[in-house]
Design a protein around this ligand. Structure first.
Ligand SMILES: *Cc1c(COP(=O)(O)O)cnc(C)c1O
Length: 400
C-alpha cells in the first residue's frame, strides 16, 4: 500500500542534508570577522572569491552580488535593455528570469523550450523576435546547458544581446569550455537550494575588463573606484561573511560534482526500467552539468492519466524528496503583473506546447538526493515504480 494511504514507506532514512559544512566554514567566518573589515571595501574575501569563481568558469572576470535576481537585473542593465524593449525568455524556467526583465520595465517574451532538453529552443526564436527585441536569456535549466552555439549565432545575426541565466548551472561546461568563455554575460545564484550556496548571494561572469568595471560601478551605488558618482544605481554588494562561506563551499564543489555525476548515472539506469516516464535529455555538447535537478516527465498516454501533483506527494510520503516542476511563466500570477505586451495566456499556451507539458507533467528531484549512496538513488526508482503502479488512473490526459 502507498505511504500516501497509510502503507509502509519505501525508506525511512533521510537523504543527505544540504548544504554540507564543517569547521572549515566556521573558521572561514572567524577569519572574515577578525580581519576587521566586513565589507568588500577593505576586506579580502569578496575579491578572492570573485577570482576563484571566474577561474572555475574560465571567465575573464566575475562580480559577486546580493542574489541571482539582482545579477539578472544588473546583466540587463549592462546589455542596455530599456523600458518597453523586449527580452526573449524560455517559457519554462523559474519565474525570476522574467521578473528581472519586468523590474526593468521591459517586456519578457516567452519562447517554447526544446521537448528533450527543456531549454530554450533556438528554432522558436525567429517567430517571436521583433525590432524591439534587445536581448535573449537562455536558462541552463536543471544545470543542463542550453544550445549556446545556435543561440549565440542567432543573436549575433540579429544584433541581440545574450545573457545566460546560469543560476542552476555552476561549473557546467559547453564543448568542454567554461560558461565564462562563451562570450556572453552569465548570472548565478547562491540561494540555499543551489549547488553552491551561502544561503543567499549571486554573481555575474563578465566577458571583458571594461564590462567588469561598468558592472562594479553599478553594483556599488553607481560610484566608481575613483569615488565618482557616475550613474543612478543601487547597492548589490555582498558582505565578507558571505564570500568567506562561498570560498569554503567552492573548495567542496569539485568532489560534490563528481559524486553527483556518479549517482546520476546510476539513477538514470535505475529510472530507465520505470515505464511511463521520460528523463530530461542532455545535449551531448553539454560536457559537464552539476545536476541541480533531476527532472522527468510523466507520459500520460502510456500511464493512462495520472495526476502529477499526487505523484510528487506520493513520492514525498514514500521518503523521496520530490516536487512538481515550474509552471510555465504564463501560468503564474506574477507574470501578468507585467509588463507583458499585448498578448493573452491562451496565445502563449498554444505557442509553447513543450513548456506546457513539462510544467504540467514534470517531477523534480533536488541535487542533494545525488550526494549519498547508490542505494539512495535506487530507492528513488523503487518508490516511483510503486507509486506509478498503485496510483489510480484518471483515464484522461489532464486538460492544458
Ligand atoms: C534561483 C534562480 C534565480 C534567482 O536567484 P535568487 O538568488 O533566488 O534571486 C534565477 N533564475 C533561475 C533559473 C533560478 O533557478
Amino acid at each position: 500500500m502507498l505511504a500516501l494511504n497509510g502503507g509502509p514507506k519505501v525508506r525511512e532514512r533521510p537523504y543527505p542534508r544540504w548544504p554540507e559544512y564543517d569547521e572549515t566554514e566556521s573558521l572561514a567566518l572567524i577569519r572574515a570577522l577578525e580581519q576587521g573589515d566586513w565589507s568588500r571595501h577593505g576586506g579580502k574575501e569578496v575579491q578572492a572569491f570573485e577570482r576563484e569563481f571566474a577561474e572555475l568558469h574560465a571567465a575573464p572576470a566575475a562580480l559577486a552580488v546580493t542574489n541571482g535576481s539582482h545579477a539578472l537585473e544588473l546583466a540587463l542593465e549592462l546589455a542596455g535593455v530599456e523600458p518597453g524593449e523586449e527580452v526573449l525568455v524560455p517559457a519554462y524556467t523559474f519565474v525570476a528570469t522574467s521578473t528581472a526583465v519586468q523590474r526593468r520595465g521591459a517586456v519578457p517574451v516567452p519562447v517554447d523550450v526544446d521537448p528533450d532538453t527543456f531549454c530554450l529552443d533556438p528554432a522558436a526564436l525567429d517567430a517571436v523576435a521583433t525590432d524591439r527585441t534587445r536581448a535573449v536569456i537562455p536558462v541552463h535549466i536543471g544545470g543542463h546547458v542550453a544550445d549556446m552555439d545556435a543561440i549565440t549565432a542567432w543573436a549575433g545575426r540579429r544584433g541581440v544581446r545574450v545573457i545566460q541565466d546560469a543560476a542552476q548551472a555552476h561549473g557546467a561546461t559547453w564543448r568542454g569550455q567554461g560558461l565564462g568563455a562563451l562570450g556572453s554575460v552569465a548570472t548565478f545564484s547562491f540561494q540555499s537550494s543551489k549547488v553552491l550556496t551561502a544561503g543567499e548571494g549571486g554573481a555575474l561572469l563578465l566577458p571583458d575588463d571594461d564590462t567588469y568595471e561598468n558592472a562594479w560601478t553599478r553594483h556599488n551605488c553607481g560610484r566608481t573606484r575613483e569615488l565618482r558618482l557616475a550613474t543612478a544605481s543601487s547597492n548589490f554588494r555582498i558582505s565578507e561573511f558571505t564570500a568567506a562561506v562561498l570560498r569554503a563551499q567552492l573548495a567542496r564543489f569539485p568532489a560534490q560534482n563528481a559524486r553527483r555525476a556518479t549517482r546520476y548515472t546510476e539513477l538514470a539506469a535505475a529510472l530507465s526500467t520505470v515505464p511511463g516516464i521520460r528523463l530530461q535529455g542532455r545535449d551531448p555538447r553539454c560536457t559537464t552539468t552539476p545536476h541541480y535537478m533531476t527532472t522527468f516527465v510523466l507520459d500520460q498516454d502510456e500511464l493512462g492519466g495520472v495526476d502529477r501533483d499526487t505523484v510528487a506527494l506520493a513520492l514525498l510520503m514514500e521518503g523521496i524528496p520530490a516536487f512538481g516542476s515550474y509552471p510555465p511563466l504564463h501560468r503564474t500570477d506574477a507574470f501578468w503583473t507585467g509588463p507583458t505586451g499585448d498578448v493573452r495566456r491562451a496565445e502563449l499556451a498554444e505557442r509553447c506546447p513543450n513548456a506546457e507539458r513539462v510544467g504540467r507533467d514534470g517531477v523534480m528531484i533536488p541535487h542533494q538526493a545525488l550526494l549519498g549512496t547508490r542505494r539512495d538513488v535506487e530507492d528513488i526508482a523503487t518508490a516511483l515504480t510503486k507509486v506509478l503502479t498503485e496510483l489510480p488512473r484518471t483515464g484522461t490526459t489532464p486538460a492544458a
